[in-house]
Write a protein that binds this ligand. Structure first.
Ligand code: NAD
Length: 483
């Protein structure tokens, strides 16, 4: 790793990298809209020109097919860049804000200013998207950025470290490769914002490090995202969409449906449809499907295979350690609260879909609410009443009806968690907001001087102005006489 670190950061220590990024920011280089747009266009060119090379790295790390790589990573980013370029002028324009009567002569506006130097720490599961989507948001907002790709997806990390400096401004954008020691060293530096995507345990480490410098943090975390299938759902379409949502990237998606909640009757009806849906997507033998991914590492492979209860299999369960292949697997869960049930104890983050029996809407809402707030909550239903109930009575990073994953593709929707699933949200204009400080700017002419009414001494006339015009709503009370 040290060799790559030397190569990508020109033999500089984390302190030197951050100092270089800060010097670029302090010089004012990153602030003009023209610079930001040029960076976004350069990033777009990188993605389009090197689509194949990036796809090959993603295939090496995760067995991703080229089309999946385009849909969920490269093409996703190109769309996000195009959307940002289209709206950047409007998003960065100062916004006029009405002033109260008492300041009627003044002008108020909100100016979005960049924060400074941003650190992006990315995970391995969508190693291109989750590195570059925060990067492009931070650049669009006019920041200098240090990016740390995940060492768990080494081929992709290498490609990013090689390509990014060839396309983006090397004084303001830095890629630092490495694992825990390199990230720890980076976290000792002072940043103006830290954007972390990954698990909650490391999230706590990031938060502690940030606290030392009072650095604001965005935490994009995970957890168990439930999918409730109501008895009134269109079960055939539901099964196909669950298969898509769960087995894309071999289940290694932070917003994949983690488990299914449904009544006994609906579970029985879903089982053959899920089996059929898996076959339709990946064929009789998914190990031979070019569309089906692999588990990222031996450690995660071990973790996942030990979770599968072969006595309660609905389908799947076969695996091959040499290729880190785990078949799309569906299992039934007898008692979701039993701590022995490994699949219900922690986020699965792999191609295993547990079916949990739950009777009725109230029980489903209660089941969700008794656990940590999820990153995504999916409800399959054709009923308005069921939809309203979930909107009103549950809390989650996102709530989607009849479709998993797709909310990420709506650029106007904020993407992020709540509670244990994260804090802060990005995408589209929300990224601009996240990586900017919204600075209030007020200008008041010196003449005529309206502040005279709110400055002592408070004469009877001023009292009237204060109580009736400037801050109306005051009860009338007699003026206190000065003895
Ligand atoms: P990971 O192992 O790649 O770790 C993420 C980053 O943290 C890496 O860059 C790594 O170098 C760094 N890191 C690891 N240990 C560290 C330490 N001790 N100190 C400092 N930095 C350290 O990825 P992961 O955590 O296995 O990612 C999977 C998790 O991320 C899942 O829980 C998933 O749900 C979540 N996730 C969330 C989102 C989201 O957008 N909310 C997206 C993807 C993944």
């Amino acid at each position: 790793m040290t060799e790559t670190l030397l190569e990508t950061t020109a033999a500089r220590t984390p302190a030197e990298v951050v100092a270089s990024a800060r010097a670029a920011f302090d010089s004012g280089l990153t602030k003009p809209r023209s610079w930001r747009e040029a960076q976004l266009r350069a990033l777009r060119t990188l993605l389009v020109d090197h689509e194949q090379e990036i796809a090959e790295a993603l295939h090496a790390d995760l067995g991703k097919s080229a089309t999946e790589a385009w849909v969920t990573e490269t093409g996703f980013l190109v769309r996000e860049i195009d959307h940002t370029l289209r709206h950047l002028r409007a998003w960065t324009a100062p916004r006029r804000v009405p002033v109260p009567v008492s300041l009627a002569l003044g002008r108020a506006k909100v100016v979005r200013e960049p924060l400074g130097v941003v650190l992006v720490i990315a995970p391995w599961n969508y190693p291109v998207q989750l590195c570059l989507a925060p990067l492009l948001g931070a650049l669009a907002a006019g920041n200098a950025v240090v990016v740390k790709p995940s060492e768990v997806a080494p081929a992709t990390s290498r490609v990013l470290a090689r390509l990014v400096p060839r396309y983006l401004d090397t004084s303001a954008v830095h890629v630092v490769e490495g694992g825990v020691p390199e990230t720890t060293a980076l976290l000792a530096e002072r940043f103006d914002h830290i954007f972390y995507t990954g698990n909650g345990t490391v999230g706590r480490i990031v938060l502690e490090a940030a606290a030392r410098h009072l650095t604001p943090v965005t935490l994009e975390l995970g957890g168990k995202s439930p999918a409730y299938v109501s008895d009134d759902a269109d079960l055939r379409v539901t099964a196909q969409r669950l298969v898509w949502g769960k087995f894309t990237n071999a289940g290694q998606t932070c917003v994949a449906p983690d488990y299914v909640l449904a009544s006994r009757a609906t579970i029985e009806a879903l089982k053959p449809l899920l089996v059929e849906g898996i076959r339709a997507a990946f064929g009789e033998d998914p190990s031979r499907s070019p569309e089906y991914g692999r588990i990222v590492s031996a450690r995660h492979f071990e973790r996942l295979t030990s979770m599968v209860d072969h006595d309660r299999l609905v389908t799947g369960g076969r695996s091959d350690a040499s290729t880190r292949y785990l078949e799309p697997t569906v299992v039934e869960v007898e008692d979701a609260d039993d701590p022995e049930q490994l699949v219900m104890r922690e986020e699965i983050f792999g191609p295993v879909l547990p079916l949990v029996e739950i009777e009725g809407l109230d029980a489903a809402v209660d089941f969700v609410n008794r656990r940590e707030k999820p990153l995504a909550l999916y409800v399959f239903t054709s009923s308005n009443r069921v939809r309203r109930r979930f909107v009103r009575d549950t809390s989650s990073g996102a709530l989607a009806f009849n479709v998993p994953l797709a909310h990420l593709a709506v650029p106007g929707l904020p993407f992020g968690g709540v509670g244990a699933s994260g804090t802060g949200a990005y995408h589209g204009e929300h990224s601009l907001e996240l990586f900017s400080h919204s600075k209030p700017v007020l200008t008041l002419p010196t003449r005529p001087d309206a502040t005279v009414f709110v400055r002592p001494p408070f004469t009877a006339l001023k009292e009237q102005v204060v109580s009736r015009v400037a801050f109306p709503g005051r009860r009338r009370r007699p003026r206190r006489k000065v003895e």
